[in-house]
Design a protein around this ligand. Structure first.
Ligand code: ADP
Length: 304
């Protein structure tokens, strides 16, 4: 049986170094990356759609064409006159990647401004996915609109999945950031945090503390990702289990590790796999992704 997966957030134009002063153009963004991997891992009976807002410029049209070519539905994407997509540039400094962003006026900041359209789009989906980055780009009123609709979807029995993906530079101050991440988690019934982020910003001393903190907010199911150390699962209050990462002899680029884990994991979970089996598959997907350059790798390379 099929269903509909809807991922909500911002996809950006990515400019990376192509040598001799040239830049290569791509498209990526955390929630879009997860949609990409969910699409790659789900059978055709499942549709995967992206929910955002774009502009009416040529780059927005190219991005839409890229999504469609990847099999991702774009019908829910609003077009906002006079706006453009956000953009980031990757530069290499002594072998380390640094990111510069131009996203203050991105169309995606308006993704929740049409509440009726938002509600209709959420109602049409079975599983909804969003992140702390989705919330971080929105004005406080838009955060409220989006979370109210997600809480409504959760109350209607849908799966609502949240990856906190904590990025301080998106937020005006730490207190508002942490309170809004908590509000995002409260709207969800499954939260997929990365331990690195949680310990750095919430000060968790251990993975158990991260799990307990999210359960205390009313989240039934928690998966804490911890890079090469694997993932720890706590589903429905039934105790924790640990799923190891898949060993990768040559890690070349960890961009999108968490996003691809989420896409692989959810693609199995929604089809009835146990959380542990779904996490083992998520880890296998992420292991391939960290062995290749770039956020989005060719679906043909992923494990079946
Ligand atoms: P994020 O990208 O959100 O920080 P993590 O770094 O925790 O997420 O990684 C998510 C998942 O990707 C891990 O649970 C693991 O399965 C896989 N992964 C990440 N780094 C590695 C690695 N070096 N080797 C193998 N698997 C990895």
């Amino acid at each position: 049986m099929g269903g509909r997966f809807l991922s909500i957030g911002e996809c950006m134009v990515e400019l990376s170094q192509a040598g001799e002063g040239l830049l290569r153009k791509g498209f990526a963004g955390d929630t879009f990356n997860t949609a990409w991997y969910a699409r790659a891992c789900l059978p055709v009976e499942w549709s995967v759609d992206y929910f955002t807002a774009l502009g009416d410029d040529p780059l927005s049209s190219e991005m839409l064409a890229f999504m469609k070519a990847g099999g991702i539905g774009t019908e829910a994407i609003r077009k906002i006159e006079g706006r453009t997509p956000g953009l980031y540039l990757i530069t290499l400094k002594n072998g380390e990647r640094t990111f510069s962003y131009w996203r203050d006026t991105a169309a995606a900041k308006k993704l929740a401004d049409d509440a009726d359209h938002l509600r209709r789009s959420l109602e049409a989906a079975d599983i909804l996915y969003f992140s702390g980055i989705t919330l971080g780009i929105l004005a406080p009123q838009a955060v409220e609109t989006l979370l109210a609709e997600l809480r409504r979807a959760r109350a209607a029995g849908k799966r609502v999945v949240f990856d906190p993906n904590i990025r301080p530079r998106l937020w005006p101050n730490k207190d508002y950031m942490l309170r809004t991440i908590e509000a995002g988690a409260r709207a969800a019934n499954l939260v997929l945090p990365s331990f690195d982020d949680e310990t750095a910003h919430f000060g968790d001393a251990s993975i158990s503390e991260t799990i307990a903190r999210y359960h205390a907010l009313g989240v039934e199911n928690v998966v804490v990702k911890n890079g090469a150390e694997g993932a720890t699962l706590s589903f429905g209050g039934g105790g924790t289990s640990h799923v190891p990462a898949v060993g990768v002899p040559n890690v070349v680029d960890t961009t999108s590790a968490g996003d691809s884990f989420n896409g692989g994991f959810l693609s199995r979970l929604v089809r009835g796999a146990s959380p542990e089996d779904a996490a083992a598959y998520g880890a296998a997907v992420a292991a391939v992704v960290v062995g290749h350059h770039g956020a989005l790798i060719n679906p043909a390379l992923l494990p079946g």
